[in-house]
Ligand binder design. Structure first.
Ligand SMILES: NC(=O)c1ccc[n+]([C@@H]2O[C@H](COP(=O)([O-])OP(=O)(O)OC[C@H]3O[C@@H](n4cnc5c(N)ncnc54)[C@H](OP(=O)(O)O)[C@@H]3O)[C@@H](O)[C@H]2O)c1
Length: 250
């Protein structure tokens, strides 16, 4: 019998994370997805995967609380043993996050720290906590943003921490390479999700007009690329940042 390939996806209850969980299941990967506050929506994703013949489970995680990551690893180990009879992970997607529109002039220290803990410190220490469970040849995908390339007024701290995550991606690839673990980042452009309260009609029209392909992205556009990177389709892609933005401001 083939062993299951199990990936952890943070923020899998909705948006890009939920689409990635479904894409992974379609590619034959089993999924442990996390949610922060919306347990019901996480359960819906798990149910959909199960209905489509896959296997998934959900765990609560606050990515801004690094002190909880040892306990989270124990919970992952428990699920691996109880649900799959296994000890190893095949992948991790550092996706959970929230946005904030606020110009540099008015960003508070608390807002800065919150974005830092969610988008840079959280992925760093969660990866540190879970890496002992990663099997040889596993894959990690970090969610960055096209705002690291295009300076977009109002998202400076968010973009700066995403830029840090892209740098961290290359360092992870270097340090984990001897275990044949690949690490890449994916940088979406504007995607139709609930991030930062979602896109209103006028903003969406503006973003579409700035995009070569003439529309904003859907979560599935990003999920397909993450799915590729997690499987052997991406076996020779390592230490890269891949923008998935339809040609945004080129
Ligand atoms: N949408 C875009 O245009 C866009 C563009 C570039 C990059 N990104 C990046 O893509 C990733 C996913 O964004 P999205 O658009 O799919 O967002 P979303 O639809 O708002 O979903 C956010 C997900 O993250 C979880 N989450 C939020 N705060 C958390 C916390 N403190 N701890 C743990 N989980 C938390 C949410 O859990 P609950 O459901 O339980 O609240 C949810 O599952 C983020 O890293 C974002 O920065 C998005």
């Amino acid at each position: 019998m083939n062993q299951a390939n199990i990936v952890v996806i943070t923020g899998g209850s909705r948006g890009i994370g939920a689409a990635t969980a479904l894409e992974c299941a379609r590619r034959g990967l089993d999924v442990i997805l996390t949610y922060h506050s919306q347990a019901q929506r996480a359960d819906q994703v798990v149910r959909r995967i199960t209905q489509e013949g896959g296997k998934a489970a959900a765990l609560q995680l606050d990515i801004s609380d690094a002190t909880s990551f040892t306990g989270f690893r124990s919970a992952v180990e428990g699920l691996l043993a109880d649900v799959w009879g296994m000890t190893e992970l095949a992948g991790l997607v550092n996706n959970a996050g929230h946005g904030l529109f606020n110009p540099i002039a008015t960003v508070s220290e608390a807002q800065f720290d919150s974005l830092m803990s969610v988008h840079l410190k959280g992925p760093f220490f969660l990866t540190q906590a879970l890496q002992p469970l990663m099997r040889q040849g596993a894959a990690i995908v970090n969610l960055s943003s096209a705002t690291t390339r295009v300076a977009t007024p109002g998202v400076a701290p968010y973009a700066a921490f995403k830029g840090g995550l892209e740098v961290l991606t290359r360092y992870m690839a270097k340090e984990f390479g001897e275990r044949r673990i690949r690490v890449n980042s994916v940088a979406p452009g504007a995607i139709r999700t609930e991030l930062g309260g979602g896109l209103n009609k006028d903003f969406e029209a503006l973003l579409a007009s700035q995009t070569a392909l003439g529309r904003v992205g859907e979560p599935e556009d990003v999920a397909r690329v993450i799915g590729m990177l997690l499987t052997d389709d991406g076996a020779w892609v390592n230490a890269q940042n891949i923008e998935v933005a339809g040609g945004y401001i080129i």
